[in-house]
Write a protein that binds this ligand. Structure first.
Ligand code: DAT
Ligand code: MG
Length: 142
């Protein structure tokens, strides 16, 4: 297995509901190492740029409104096959369809928009998304 890095976001609903610690605990327990972390209240432009691939889709405006509604926690996580490992821990996009014990099942809301966490979906996305939030010098080695 290859060591990878992935970009994680703890979304506004999980922050507001005081689930930052619970989510990070599960990620660390699963062997993912936090190598960068920052809380940020995304601007409209930041959220639109991050989710540019979804611009024009019917859910885009609701997604952007949600992502800018409260602070998020951005993290770079490192570990064996971190990208797919994280997506498995996160669960399906819609919390209603996510397996029990996944982050989205346990911390997601009653609508697909409010699904608690983001995780990069490929090595290409991970590179782009990590660079979107962190300078190389902010990603730690330990
Ligand atoms: P994921 O976050 O699992 O990578 P995605 O990239 O397809 O999913 O979509 C980005 C976010 O947009 C997702 O976390 C929640 C929202 N979203 C996706 N599909 C949606 C839909 N059909 N209706 C409402 N919101 C949706
Ligand atoms: Mg995605």
């Amino acid at each position: 297995m290859a060591i990878e890095r992935t970009l994680s976001i703890i979304k506004p609903n999980a922050v507001v509901e005081h689930n930052i610690g619970a989510i990070i605990h599960r990620l660390e327990q699963a062997g993912l190492k936090v190598v960068a972390m920052r809380m940020v209240k995304l601007t409209l432009e930041q959220a639109q740029g991050f989710y540019a691939e979804h611009d024009g889709k019917p859910f885009f405006e609701k997604l952007i409104n949600f992502m800018t509604s409260a602070p998020v926690v951005t993290m770079v996580l490192e570990g064996d096959s971190a990208i797919t490992a994280y997506r498995e821990i996160a669960g399906a996009t819609d919390p209603a369809e996510a397996l029990c014990g996944t982050l989205r099942s346990d911390f997601g809301g009653d609508n697909v928009t409010f699904n608690a966490v983001h995780g990069s979906d490929s090595p290409e996305s991970a590179s782009r998304e990590i660079a979107y939030f962190f300078a190389d010098s902010e990603v730690n080695t330990y």
